[in-house]
Design a protein around this ligand. Structure first.
Ligand SMILES: Nc1ncnc2c1ncn2[C@@H]1O[C@H](COP(=O)(O)OP(=O)(O)O)[C@@H](O)[C@H]1O
Ligand SMILES: [Mg+2]
Length: 311
């Protein structure tokens, strides 16, 4: 593949990675810039459903424009090769980062905010990612975080049942309970997977890792998460609470949007940087304000009542 010029435009430089597909660094010889070219694996090219899915991923993400989602520039077919052209991310996947380096709390929270902002954008466009895991989060050398690989994502209104192929593709370690049991999914399924990723970032390990896929899927459905504070005693309370709420077994008990998590993570970032719990301060301040306003309204009503009685 190296050296090949695809569609008369993209010169393949070298292989960079892939699971279901193969991703190469390439040079766009028209615009004279590096790009990433994603292609379907040879053995999967016979599968019509996967071809359809591949084209759909390019179409879906091609319409997106968000700093925290990998940009798709182009897609097409050259002979029997289906390809998708994306911005080239010079950096690492979050999986590599977690494995090679202990992340600081500041880094974890900053990465978390960016993922949530990207996810929220996809959700607001009606898309559930369905494969949120550290391998699919790319981080540029200057710390920008990009959600990638919408390969098994789906429109929420388009029926959300997992097909057999999806079950094989998805990584059970990050499956939401509803995904593990093959039930209907909503955006909060991604929020659960995000919560598991946050858990992994703060402890270095996923919560359920022992046993085969069936056992792990069962644990996501039934078993409470081991307390992350056991593995990371320095975990701030606010971050623990975010993980806890994001990974609730019942979808309705989780955050209802990724933006809500991003906002809470921003408070946590302030807390880490300034050593104060700003969220609590603002909450108690707004409680005090609510009291003052309540008493004010009561006084006005009382005044009106007295005037009415007098009159
Ligand atoms: N835009 C990109 N820039 C650089 N590397 C990328 C890019 N997209 C994907 N990769 C690399 O290729 C790997 C596989 O890509 P991905 O889109 O996740 O496909 P798959 O469906 O095969 O998992 C990623 O984990 C990452 O290492
Ligand atoms: Mg992937």
């Amino acid at each position: 593949m190296e050296g090949k010029i695809l569609a008369g435009r993209y010169q393949i430089i070298h292989y960079v990675g892939g699971g279901m597909s193969r991703v190469y660094k390439a040079k766009d010889i028209v615009l004279d810039r590096y790009v990433a070219v994603k292609m379907m694996s040879e053995q999967l090219k016979q599968n019509q459903e996967l071809i359809y899915r591949f084209i759909r991923e390019a179409k879906l993400v091609g319409r997106f424009s968000h700093p925290n989602i990998v940009n798709v520039f182009d897609a097409g077919r050259d002979d029997d090769l289906y390809y998708m052209v994306m911005e080239y991310i010079e950096g690492v996947s979050l999986k590599d980062w977690i494995q090679k380096k202990k992340l600081s709390l500041r880094e974890i929270v900053s990465i978390g905010i960016q993922i949530c902002e990207g996810l929220d954008y996809a959700h607001k466009h009606g898309i559930i990612h369905r494969d949120i895991k550290p391998h699919n989060i790319l981080i540029t050398l200057d710390g920008h975080v990009k959600v990638s690989d919408f390969g098994i994502s789906r429109f929420v209104e388009g029926g959300t049942q997992l097909t057999e192929t999806d079950v094989v593709i998805g990584t059970v370690h990050y499956f939401s309970p509803e995904q593990a049991s093959g039930a209907k999914l909503s955006f909060t399924s991604d929020i659960y997977s995000f919560g598991i990723m946050l858990y992994e970032m703060v402890t270095g390990e996923v919560p359920f890792k022992n046993g085969n896929s069936v056992i792990i899927a069962y644990q996501h459905i039934e078993k409470p998460l081991p307390d992350p504070r056991k593995f990371n005693p320095n975990l701030p309370k606010s971050l623990y609470q975010i993980i806890d709420k994001a990974t609730q077994k019942k979808p309705g008990d989780r955050y209802s949007s990724a933006m809500d998590i991003a906002l809470e993570l921003k408070w946590t970032l302030l807390e880490i940087e300034k050593g104060q719990n700003y969220y609590q301060i603002v909450k108690s301040y707004s409680k005090k304000r609510a009291w003052t306003i309540g008493i004010g309204i009561l006084a006005i009503l009382l005044g009106l009542l007295i005037t009415l009685i007098d009159g």
